[in-house]
Design a protein around this ligand. Structure first.
Ligand code: ATP
Length: 361
């Protein structure tokens, strides 16, 4: 069992403002008392006991920590320290102050494919490093692609949230039904053995959205989205892709392939002529193309609205549970029952996918 520091985190860090919330806790700005340096603290609630459904299993926290320790790369959020108390684990990580990449882009008047590619290259570098260590992220989506500082000329990408990431032991099969419906690969939905290629599918979806402001498989409900993914039901709508180069579409097509073995790897992507043009003509085609900003802004506004809706829904549910606890003085056991009842009533296939709180499907 990994040993984390047992010292009280507040002895060394002053806890500051809330930066974001996730499934299992909050992320807050923290100030290192000794140096004044600003970091982010990810406060993860631990499960009280094995049968509890609230909080995270210590084993899962250990896994996230081990993965972050193995991933020291300039495009991946760095881990500095880990503290543990009876009820929670606190990860002290690099403070990523520039917000989400998609929010940064949505504030712009326009963005050429060339500029979009500069961001994509950094995502591919970070993901390529992960994959070289046999680690798959399994939750690549706009919410998990952030900028270190948005005020600089060339903002630096940082990939966050390794809560679903997994070390894929060579020769061993790994299956999981986790992820966010819009971005998951068909093999996840089909509960087939997974590889790092599942991340490549998600990069294909992210690129599709980035260029067109449309989500390739999005249905009215999660079930329909999942059906669209398994059925490979997507197309390049003429109107949404009228400013897109043919090379960009080729790039996406080579990622959104049903067979994971056929998909481009990060290395293939970095050598694709859309990313690395071989001729002047290819370069010129790329420079003339741009992202569909009107649609992109609409997509991002809708995404943010859904994120805050999900957050309010989750907070309300938590408040209801706490209120119940106080007024009826119900025991922990009953509180767990409330949680499981809620979950057990959902029997549709989409509910099998363990969705993340910030899911924007
Ligand atoms: P999820 O429920 O999506 O799995 P999580 O509990 O694993 O979430 P994160 O996604 O890591 O938590 O973080 C939640 C939010 O906190 C992020 O969406 C982001 O807005 C913010 N955040 C996370 N890490 C940092 C950081 N290092 N610096 C600044 N903000 C951060």
């Amino acid at each position: 069992m990994a040993l984390f520091k047992l010292q009280n985190v507040e002895d060394l860090y002053e806890i500051g403002q809330l930066l974001g919330s996730g499934h299992f806790g909050q992320v807050r700005e923290v100030h290192e008392r000794a140096t004044g340096t600003r970091w982010a603290g990810k406060f993860l609630k631990l499960r009280k006991n094995a049968s509890s459904r609230l909080g995270m299993e210590r084993k899962s926290v250990e896994k996230e920590v081990e993965i972050l320790q193995a991933l020291q790369h300039s495009n991946i959020m760095a881990l500095k320290d880990v503290f543990e108390s009876r009820a929670e684990v606190v990860l002290i990580v690099e403070l990523i102050g520039g917000g989400e990449l998609f929010d940064f882009i949505a504030e712009k008047e326009n963005l050429s494919e060339n500029e979009a590619i500069e961001f994509l290259k950094q995502i591919l570098e970070g993901v390529g490093f992960m994959h070289s260590k046999h680690i798959a992220h399994f939750d690549l989506k706009p919410e998990n692609i952030m900028l270190l500082d948005k005020e600089v000329e060339h903002p630096h990408i940082k990939i966050i949230d390794f809560g679903l990431a997994c070390y894929l032991t060579p020769g061993e099969e790994y299956r999981s039904l986790c992820g966010t419906p819009q971005y998951i690969a068909p093999e996840v939905i089909n509960y087939e053995p997974l590889s790092v290629a599942a991340d490549m599918w998600s990069i294909g979806v992210i690129t599709y959205i980035l260029l067109s402001g449309m989500s390739p498989f999005q249905g009215d409900a999660d079930e329909e989205t999942l059906r669209n993914i398994v059925g490979m039901n997507y197309e390049f709508d003429d109107q949404c892709f009228n400013q897109t180069s043919a090379m960009a579409k080729d790039f996406i097509q080579k990622l959104l392939l049903k067979d994971p073995n056929e998909r481009m790897t990060t290395k293939d992507c970095l050598l694709h002529p859309w990313i690395k043009p071989l001729t002047r003509k290819q370069e010129a085609n790329r420079s003339r193309s741009s992202i569909n900003m009107k649609n992109f802004k609409k997509f991002n506004a809708k995404r943010k609205w859904k994120m805050s809706y999900n957050m309010v829904w989750a907070c309300n549910r938590l408040c209801r549970l706490q209120l119940l606890c106080k007024t009826n003085a119900i025991e922990d056991q009953e509180l767990r029952q409330c949680e499981s009842d809620q979950e057990d009533t959902e029997t549709k296939p989409a509910s099998l996918i363990r969705r993340r709180l910030s899911s924007s499907s």
